[in-house]
Design a protein around this ligand. Structure first.
Ligand SMILES: [Zn+2]
Length: 274
């Protein structure tokens, strides 16, 4: 690829573009605030690509959040910030665009492994690469949780989730409040209280727990509820799901984490299929 005849051309190109060079990643159409970014940029005549939440006439729902600088990060009011760079860009003379990113493994829609709250499991290697894809893929129930409460034992009882149901996505007030779309972390989100987590472990067959904010546990039971869920190493927590505008009901759930060896969490892409 380093053809000698191309080199003078490429160096000239990179010199020319120094003035316009920017270390910031170019704005991403469709993800900036305001819809004006959806109309494309001055550098291309192409129509903007579609960015969808639903595919195939409502058969496939994307329930993962987009990774954007404005998304919330646990216990921070600054949001994610810049996480993506284009160190090698065609505008600066590279033959191809090559981006890099840096991301906390619990950012956005993500999955927790047992090593997240148990250091002995962490040391023993219970990372995201060891999570069971059978649990992460299969029939799942999307339920609406009463909006005035954390997920307590009382609330769990009231949901009447039948025995045999192994994957449940809990839609809560967090979805109504659009908390995942707000940059500032909001500790008033709802999640599992310790007694709710215990009730689930002791009285149901649920092995996949999906929630609609950054933690399955309520803020005040952050540690306790995680300990209850993760102790058996059989329950997988998928956090930060995007459950807006999806009818409650039964779906085929597909969730695939990255094979990050040694990591107690991973970003995850989850979809629901009717
Ligand atoms: Zn997590």
């Amino acid at each position: 690829m380093n053809s000698p005849s191309l080199l003078p051309f490429l160096s000239a190109l990179s010199l020319l573009s120094v003035a316009a060079a920017s270390t910031a990643y170019p704005s991403i159409p469709g993800t900036d605030a305001g819809d004006c970014s959806l109309t494309g940029s001055e550098t291309t005549d192409l129509p903007p690509p579609p960015r969808r939440e639903v595919y195939d006439n409502g058969r496939i729902f994307d329930i993962s959040h987009r990774y954007v600088p404005e998304m919330p990060v646990f216990d921070s009011d600054k949001g994610l910030g810049q996480f993506l760079w284009l160190p090698k860009s065609m505008k600066n003379g590279s033959r191809a665009n090559n981006s890099e990113f840096k991301l906390g493994v619990h950012t956005g829609t993500h999955v927790d492994a047992p090593g997240h709250f148990y250091d002995n499991y962490y040391d023993a290697g219970f990372d995201v690469d060891t999570l069971d894809l059978e649990v992460l893929n299969g029939l799942a129930l999307l339920v609406d949780v009463p909006r005035d409460s954390n997920i307590t034992a009382e609330v769990m009882k009231s949901l009447y989730i039948p025995k045999g149901v192994r994957r449940v996505l809990f839609r809560t007030l967090n979805t109504d409040r659009r908390l995942m779309f707000k940059k500032e972390f909001d500790s008033s989100y709802v999640g599992f209280k310790e007694d709710g987590a215990k009730w689930l472990v002791e009285n149901t067959d649920i092995k996949l727990v999906g929630v609609d904010y950054l933690s399955a546990a309520s803020y005040d039971h952050s540690v306790q509820s995680h300990l209850v869920f993760l102790e058996s190493r059989e329950i997988i927590l998928v956090e930060g799901l995007k459950l807006d505008d999806v009818p409650a009901g039964i779906y085929s759930l597909r969730c695939l984490p990255l094979r990050l060896v040694g990591s107690e969490a991973s970003p995850i892409r989850c979809i629901l299929i009717r």
